[in-house]
Write a protein that binds this ligand. Structure first.
Ligand code: KIV
Ligand code: ZN
Length: 518
């Protein structure tokens, strides 16, 4: 049997940002973005990466296969429903990994049993067949009774026992709709550990959703009762109110190790970097007061707090900012800062750059420093995120933009885009400069995509601050998010729009190559 945790207090971290996280409407990620996230998760010591749902689409299959090929340490897991076709497709994708895992599931609560119209016995038989099939392909099999927290206890014990007998090595207990509460979460795991024959031979996992804001508490309660795998996502990304946040459970077990004496393999100094990357790629900003990774998580505003902090940081700080990868922000960069200073600053912020990449970033940094006297950490983070989201290989590139805005309408925009290497220009008017600029994009790139979200936020204070613009678009059920930062809000808006269109084209290509014309 493939057991990861030998130490009885070791908690295995199973990250599902790329599967359950990506299921958040609008959080769709490209292959390149998924590979970037998976590489970082692997580096930071995540034990198991759920890389996707291979049967869901060609894109998901490709992402899981590619992540399986590149993973160094982490187990790579794919999701499959309880049928042979899903499981075979999942195996085809994860089999490239050094350590593959198949995760198969079926809804076991009365509400979920009614959907495939299976009675209790028929479902039990299905579970036996599908877990056996998965185990014949892969020696590391996880099984989940979806909506476990609303499943009758006797039936839950019965099906968990069947899955264990059929060869599942991890049994995951999902709180699919975020319905449970800490005491009940613990009681459920304790009940399964006590009642199910063979429970001592497998690992129990906890998978909580945050609909009532209790996902972190429920996951930790399950661990106290015997679960040794936590399923979670970076920033708590996930359907509806999201999943248990990785950074919260990991830091809770670290900071309160006196009462929760469990350990993980996570390098917590990479938490901020992972949070920023997932936020950029998904287009879901992190709320300012979010535990651990929010902008204000370590900010002390009130006089009493600041005074206490100056005398002894422990008066108001239960963990150090550097524990999660936040470093001192005193050194402000400017146009006279050199390459070495930039490299060191970026390293402090968690970015390791090769020489070529540093050269590219240095050019962009100088351009920014020419326009902005003081370049703060947040400016550099925005610049790095921008460099990650825009590539020289993008089919559409913004070459130049001039807008006329002011009290006289209509506002106008003159835009030049390079499309597949050829320059095209357009003049457009609109209700405001952003509208005019977006109309110019539409004139050059014909599409049916509907703008779902247009969001601007200032990276730092001051009128010369950069603006980060996020654009979410939907076309025939496909949702993509584009992002860009610039000191000019209209330029950032157009680049974010173009970023979303580039992603849309990649997605069109995956579903129907003939429909991918610009
Ligand atoms: O929330 C859930 O039940 C899931 C399962 C597929 C494990 O995500
Ligand atoms: Zn889930």
């Amino acid at each position: 049997m493939t057991q990861i945790a030998d130490d009885k207090n070791r908690v295995v971290i199973f990250d599902t940002t790329l599967r359950d996280g990506e299921q958040s409407p609008g959080a769709t990620m490209t292959l390149g973005e998924k590979l970037q996230i998976a590489t970082l998760l692997d580096e930071m010591g995540v034990d198991i990466i759920e890389a996707g749902f291979p049967i869901a689409s060609e894109g998901d299959f490709e992402a899981v296969s590619e992540i399986a090929k590149l993973a160094k340490d982490a187990v790579i897991c794919g999701l499959a429903r309880a049928n042979f076709k899903d499981i075979d497709r999942c195996w085809e994708a994860v089999k490239h990994a050094k350590k593959p895992r198949i995760h198969t599931f079926i809804g076991t609560s009365p509400l979920h049993r009614a959907i495939p119209n299976l009675d209790m016995d028929q479902m039990a038989e299905r579970i036996h067949e599908t877990v056996t099939h998965a185990r014949n392909l892969c020696d590391n099999v996880q099984w989940s009774p979806m909506d476990a927290t609303r499943t009758e206890h006797d039936y839950l014990c019965r099906v968990v026992e069947i899955a264990i007998k059929a060869g599942a090595t991890t049994i995951n207990i999902p709180d699919t709709v975020g319905y449970t509460a800490p005491r009940e979460s613990a009681d459920l795991i304790r009940m399964l550990v006590e009642r199910v024959p063979g429970a001592d031979k497998i690992t129990f996992a906890t998978h909580c959703h945050n609909d009532l804001g209790m996902a972190t508490a429920n996951a930790l309660a399950a661990v106290e009762a015997g679960a040794r795998q936590i399923e979670c996502t970076i920033n708590g990304l996930g359907e509806r109110a999201g999943n248990t946040a990785l950074e919260e459970v990991v830091m809770a077990m670290r900071v309160r190790n006196d009462i929760m004496p469990y350990n993980t393999r996570i390098d917590t100094t990479k938490i901020m970097q992972a949070s920023r990357l997932v936020s950029t790629v998904s287009g879901f900003p992190v709320q300012f007061n979010k535990a651990i990774v929010g902008k204000n998580a370590f900010a002390h505003e009130s006089g009493i707090h600041q005074d206490g902090m100056l005398k002894n940081v422990e008066t108001f700080e239960i963990m150090r900012p550097e524990d999660v990868g936040l470093t001192e922000t005193n050194l402000v960069m400017g146009k006279h800062s050199g390459r070495a200073a930039l490299r060191s600053k970026l390293e402090n912020l968690g970015y390791q750059l090769g020489d070529n990449q540093l050269n590219d970033v240095f050019v962009r940094f100088k351009e920014l420093a020419d326009r902005k006297k003081e370049v703060y950490d947040d400016d550099l983070i925005a610049l790095m995120q921008d460099t990650g989201t825009h590539s020289a290989h993008d089919r559409i590139q913004v070459k130049s933009l001039q807008v006329v805005s002011g009290t006289q309408s209509p506002q106008t925009a003159d835009l030049v885009l390079s499309i597949d290497g050829e320059d095209h220009s357009a003049h457009a008017t609109g209700d405001g400069p952003v509208d005019a600029a977006f109309n110019a994009v539409k004139a050059l790139v014909e599409h049916e995509a509907r703008l779902q979200l247009y969001q601007v936020h200032a990276v730092t204070e001051g009128t010369d601050a950069q603006a980060t613009v996020t654009v979410r678009m939907e076309e025939a059920g496909k949702i993509v998010t584009g992002q860009s930062s610039d000191t000019d809000t209209i330029v950032a808006s157009v680049r974010a729009y173009v970023n979303a269109l580039n992603k849309l084209m990649v997605r069109r290509l995956k579903t129907a190559p003939q429909a991918a014309a610009v």
